[in-house]
Design a protein around this ligand. Sequence first.
Ligand code: NDP
Length: 306
Amino acid sequence: MTKRVVLIGHPVAHSLSGAMQQAAFDKLGIDAAYELWDRAPMELAEAIAELRTEDFLGANVTIPHKERVVPLVDRMADEAHATGAVNTITREGKKLVGHNTDVPGFKVALDKLVGRQKMPRHAVVLGAGGGSRAVVYGLIREGFQRVVVFNRHLHRAEAMVKHFGKSAAHMDLRAMPWHESIIEAELAKTKVLVNATSIGLTTDESPIPAEILMPDLMVLDLIYSRTRLLRDAESAGCAAADGGTMLLHQGAAAFTLWTGQPAPLDTMQAALEDARARGWRSAEGEPAADAEPATDAEPVADAAGA
Ligand code: NDP
């Protein structure tokens, strides 16, 4: 019987994880189908309960449910527990386990961005949502000594800093209000900038002005496209990378959790590139009405980072 894996989000009209995961199942001859479930917050508990049957290998969870799903699973794996966010669910009998594969996905992306240079110790993170939690936890684990989180709604960044209280006790993790002059002052002391906001996902906007990007900065945008921030960073002489590596590796880690097999990375990468070439975007938070693929092919994409 064909096993089922679902992406639960709202909306999930358009994303890339489906293309990537289905290609991986097909490549390894695993009889499984990846489905997109658009479920409003009120329907979340019911959707999660459905996963407890034999039919399901598990699920991905994306915007806006990554934090809401925490009380609905039976057990949290270490990285999900540490971040307070779940993007992958596995089934053990009737029990559900929450995982956060954005954390290992971010680690691969950071290592690739830094390359052969010495790992920096100071970072600025823009955004304080589910993706940011994986980023900040990854930076703490990597041994960063100062991480400053800016968010439009400061209280959300403050809540995140509080959440990481114990694991960040040895370092300087702080939330700061979103003012350009403060961001500029912090960037002057920083080597790594991560954009974990969704600014640039659906519009050609950058979260920060180009003038404050200095050439020695390394810039990672979690969005899987060549955003304005990345173009500005390249023009300023910075090293810059989009969210493709993180998307691929969070997906690969989820695949291994569901199937127990190493993920066929080349196949998944090719599926991602193919979907992107067709005009499919990672589209977390994008209204479903905007989410028509560029071709008349069946839309597979979901919501980035799922
Ligand atoms: P959330 O909805 O949890 O968080 C969104 C963040 O963006 C919040 O910090 C929010 O600020 C901020 N934001 C949104 N709009 C604005 C705006 N107009 N001005 C200022 N700030 C704004 O989403 P996620 O954390 O899950 O995802 C964030 C981004 O990261 C998305 O683009 C997603 O695609 C990407 N992502 C990519 C992954 C990958 O694998 N490459 C993995 C995970 C995420 P506020 O709290 O003030 O509303």
